[in-house]
Design a protein around this ligand. Sequence first.
Ligand code: SF4
Ligand code: SF4
Length: 94
Amino acid sequence: MDAESIDFFELVKRVDTDQMGDFISYDRDKCNGCGLCALVCSFSLWAVKQGKAKLAVRYQELCLECGACEEVCEPGAIEFSYPKGGTGVIIEYG
Ligand code: SF4
Ligand code: SF4
């Protein structure tokens, strides 16, 4: 299988977002506005405005659950945990 024939949207399995709850928490007071979360998020779910980060309201619908935003956030303003319900990215290969 070559890369062009892979439908990446087929790799993402999701349940109804109402069942997922919040799986990313954000502490505005800890945010220093560095913008790294916005830089690493593949789906542009973070934006920095007036020195503080903001997460898209319905982020559950698009988040790839990569955890990168938490990894790069040095002040620990972002906490990521895998959502309930077996959602997320399934890498199928072979
Ligand atoms: S990476 Fe953390 S500190 Fe930097 S803008 Fe995002 S939330 Fe704020
Ligand atoms: S977990 Fe990944 S895709 Fe989801 S908001 Fe963070 S950086 Fe973006």
